[in-house]
Design a binder for this molecule. Sequence first.
Ligand code: HEM
Length: 335
Amino acid sequence: MIVDPESVREVLSNKSGHFGKQLFSRSFKLLGNGVVNHDGHICRGKINVVEITNSRVCAVVTLLNICRFFPTKNNRRMKEIDREIHKILREVIGKREKAIKNGETNDDDLLGILLESNMRQSNGNAKLGLTIEDVIEECKLFYFAGTETTSVLLTWTLILLSMHPDWQERARQEVLTHFGRSIPDFDSLSRLKIVTMILYEVLRLYPPIVLLTRRTYKEMELGGIKYPAGVSLLLPIVFIHHDPNIWGKDASKFNPERFADGISNAAKHQGAFLPFGGGPRICIGQNFALLEAKMALCTILQRFSFELSPSYTHAPYSLITLHPQHGAQIRLKKL
Ligand code: HEM
């Protein structure tokens, strides 16, 4: 478990090339065995994930993973859902392929780019592009990585702004000053200061992904300690985000003010804010996620004030993403 931000940064930046991605378990892969789970790939052109050197079966199979494949009711349902998702995606892909072939659509969105790569493959060079299976896995991954994380970010934001009505009001005033009651435009969203500070502070206290994992490919020295090849390294983002030595005595308090001068001035250590990971494998959706969260939050702030219902119980719980274990019971009042 590596908690010193300097060492975490060294692992994530992977300059030596010897800290690789930890492979997901087979059950985890059901969520989307796409780019997040590949290592050692070569990118040519736009998105070409080829030469996946790291798709060997994991050496360590935990008991939990074995249990996933017993034919229990839940496991059967999981497989059923996986089949359903594949079917839906195949239909979406089939329609798009037809439209591209008939010249009815351009390919400037993600699915278009993935399919372009696949079509290059079908032009005879199997090494160049993605297979349709790859495209399906990337679609699953983008859907999962993109919805679950952003949705828990918004959930925690509503909870924290309910707990801190002064910040809720400051955010609302900023939104109303910029947009009034009209739909926010994308350019102005990036100029919102208070809303951005709030989202950063929520990501610090409740990072949707609490832990990153890597493994050593060969013997490595890190922070004066030697690790042999094949060691799992846990990078607990949530601990680093709550460390008073890094963030000051009020590390456990909700204080968006700490981000008033940007991320690099918020903590004693510049690389200590890691909600999107870091290095070459940093989240590729981070700008999109922040934009989406701002858009949703602005829309809510323009129309409603909100507070926690008495039935709310504060119980952060990490199951892939960090969410409120008993839900977020929030009362909305129309403005
Ligand atoms: C608040 C929202 C989000 C958070 C907190 C988040 C967090 C992260 C983190 C921590 C990683 C690094 C994983 C690692 O290093 O092992 C990551 C990777 C990734 N994220 Fe996000 N993410 C968010 C939103 C999104 C969105 C909206 C998308 C896509 C539309 C997305 C797509 C991805 C992908 C494809 C990767 C894998 C990148 C790679 O391995 O090279 N994420 N995300």
